[in-house]
Design a protein around this ligand. Structure first.
Ligand SMILES: [Zn+2]
Length: 605
């Protein structure tokens, strides 16, 4: 019943600003992690003595598509070295993780699930024909060990059981063997059922639990979509029901959830872990492809164009463990951090602030988004996100020139030697849509394309709107972009060595110390959008591609006790301290320090 299939990195390539973003990623930490970070450079996965569990597969899950999308020979060669070493270590019985036989019982097999998913990604990119058999042996062995009771799901594997289905579905389509269905059932039966957790999502507790763990939850959102067919169960849109509770009690303005690192309630000064941003994006990419329901693509855009860039430095050498929606500083706090279970450095930009999972895992964000721009089904091609790309599909070439989401226009140039149906998903917020100059009601544009040359010009407008948030606050949104008051900052670098891991520029810790006011409220409900050229750094704070001029007034907002670098959840007073003044708000994703959710004062006459 899957609606749409993904293209491979051979068929679909990023262009324009998106390609530039991937180049920045390759020039930054993702493209160099294997040279500088011991847990990847010297991992047990490749015969070293460092971490031999999730970090290498997490990194490869994004590094592999990054390398292939950019057709970067050096990166492809580096990826192959890792894959070759991993494959060479596969044991006779199919087991592939770096864990001796006697220890398997105690090994959290989340790594088995993750490496199988990563090898499927590698297969999609490389077409390496060793992979189907390697995956067959990994999962057959997993099945045998679980079936015999030699191992059981516990720890992370129990809470992430559905991740296995990325590879398991691939094997099922290819081999159709009964043990695959049996493994599906075993995983589901031994795995955690998140429907049982719903009550615990309604009140934040300062307690580290796997059922309220933000990354588990972000991954879980795709569980029904990936597993129901093999389990022989109907699709019930369970993700939507679960998401509703999560959003009501923990939602953020960008369609994510607070989790630092367990769910932490509705509060723009609580943190959201980077791993959860990229995992939630991947879940929504799967959900949209599986259901064709536009709501998942719209939510994906909000995460991708706001939460992802905001929490990565402009050069992509450093990242935060957690980001805040109202983030007035990124500085070490006192020992009691303003987060549930994360430490006082969790919102610094660095190599591995708080913990190193995101260091490896964030790599998948941009590459997998690039691979979600176009989808296909039989003789139909769908442009699902208006990202600049070029697609080559059996005699059809489609080039999409677009500055979306910064500009609301897209130009498709199609050269085809066959006929096909072409669909373009238009976001629901689009106003005054025209296709080749003619008015169109919106939704999905569908047209029959014949052989030959075709050009399609799509234009629409977006209306900047204040979206109501809880606690009497509002956030400005135009299209898929949120806008924030940018706070200028002074960057302070700290180089040091911790547990044998060197942190030196450009991948040391950075504090961002605010140098401009942030205590604002919206003073009017009219906004003026202006667009500039997209610079070499698409999400640049100094040169944002779009700004929204707003009338803002200063208020007595106040600091969250006892911190000097965290603002209060809601302002102390909304009595204006200043007359209205024009402030250029910039995209949330461009603003490393920012105020996003603010009160709306009565308009001045
Ligand atoms: Zn993480």
């Amino acid at each position: 019943m899957r609606q749409w299939s993904f293209y491979t990195s051979n068929e679909l390539k990023p262009e324009g600003w998106l390609r530039r973003q991937l180049e920045i990623q390759a020039e930054g930490l993702s493209g160099h992690l294997h040279e500088i970070w011991p847990d990847v450079r010297d991992s047990k996965w490749i015969g070293g003595d460092r971490e031999g569990w999730e970090r290498v597969p997490y990194w490869l899950d994004g590094f592999v598509p990054l390398a292939y999308l950019l057709e970067d020979e050096a990166l492809i060669a580096a990826a192959k070295r890792y894959i070759d070493a991993i494959l060479a270590a596969q044991e006779e019985d199919g087991w592939i993780c770096p864990c001796p036989k006697a220890r398997r019982k105690f090994y959290d097999t989340w790594a088995v699930q993750l490496i199988s998913k990563t090898l499927k990604v590698y297969y999609d990119c490389s077409g390496d024909e060793r992979i189907p058999e390697v995956l067959y042996r990994i999962l057959k062995n997993y099945h045998d060990l679980l079936q015999s009771g030699e191992i059981r799901l516990f720890g992370w594997a129990k809470y992430r059981w559905f991740e296995t289905f990325i590879a398991l579905n691939f094997l099922w389509e290819r081999y159709h063997e009964d043990w695959m269905k049996a493994l599906a059932r075993t995983l589901r039966d031994q795995g955690y059922d998140y429907r049982r957790a719903v009550k615990s999502w309604q009140t934040p507790r300062h307690l580290w639990l796997r059922k309220t763990h933000i990354v588990n939850i972000a991954m879980m959102l795709k569980s029904e979509a990936v597993s129901h067919e093999l389990l022989g169960e109907p699709y019930t849109d369970l993700s939507e029901k679960l998401r509703e509770t999560l959003a009501r009690y923990n939602g953020t303005a960008y369609e994510g959830f607070t989790g630092d690192e367990v769910l932490s309630g509705i509060d723009p000064t609580r943190g959201t872990e980077l791993c959860s941003v990229v995992e939630q994006m991947f879940s929504y990419e799967i959900l949209f492809a599986h259901t064709g329901d536009a709501k998942w693509a719209e939510r994906l855009e909000l995460l991708a164009f706001n939460a992802l860039p905001a929490t990565l430095s402009e050069d992509m050498w450093t990242h935060q463990y957690v980001q805040m929606v109202n983030q007035i500083a990124c500085q070490r706090t006192m020992r009691m951090a303003p987060f549930s279970t994360n430490g006082p450095e969790a919102h610094l930009f660095g190599l591995e602030p708080n913990f190193g999972c995101c260091t490896a895992n964030f790599s998948q964000g941009w590459p997998k988004l690039a691979l979600s721009a176009f989808l296909h089904r039989e003789e139909t091609i769908l442009c699902s996100v208006l990202l600049p790309s070029v697609l080559k599909d059996r005699g059809v070439t489609i080039r999409l020139e677009s500055g979306y989401p910064f500009k609301n226009e897209a130009r498709f140039t199609i050269d085809a030697d066959r006929a096909f149906t072409f669909c373009i998903r238009i976001p629901s917020f689009a106003q005054g849509l025209t296709v080749n100059g003619e008015n169109h009601p919106g939704g999905t544009v569908e047209m029959k394309i014949g052989p030959g040359h075709t050009e399609i010009d799509v234009q629409f407008g977006t209306v900047p709107m204040l979206k109501q948030r809880p606690n009497g606050l509002f956030a400005l949104q135009a299209g898929s972009l949120l806008f924030s008051v940018p706070i200028s900052y002074k960057k302070q670098a700290r180089e040091y060595v911790k547990r044998g891991v060197e942190r030196k520029a450009p991948y040391c810790d950075y504090s961002f110390i605010p140098t401009t006011d942030w205590n604002y409220a919206f003073g009017a409900t009219e906004f003026e959008i202006s667009r500039q050229e997209i610079s070499d750094i698409p999400f640049s704070q100094a040169a944002p591609p779009v700004t929204a001029k707003a009338v803002m007034r200063q208020i007595d907002w106040g600091l969250k006790f006892p911190y000097r670098t965290v603002c209060r959840k809601t302002p102390k007073s909304i009595a204006p301290l200043s007359a209205g003044r024009e402030v250029a708000l910039i995209p949330y994703g461009c603003a490393r320090l920012r105020m996003t959710e603010m009160p709306l004062l009565k308009e001045e006459r």
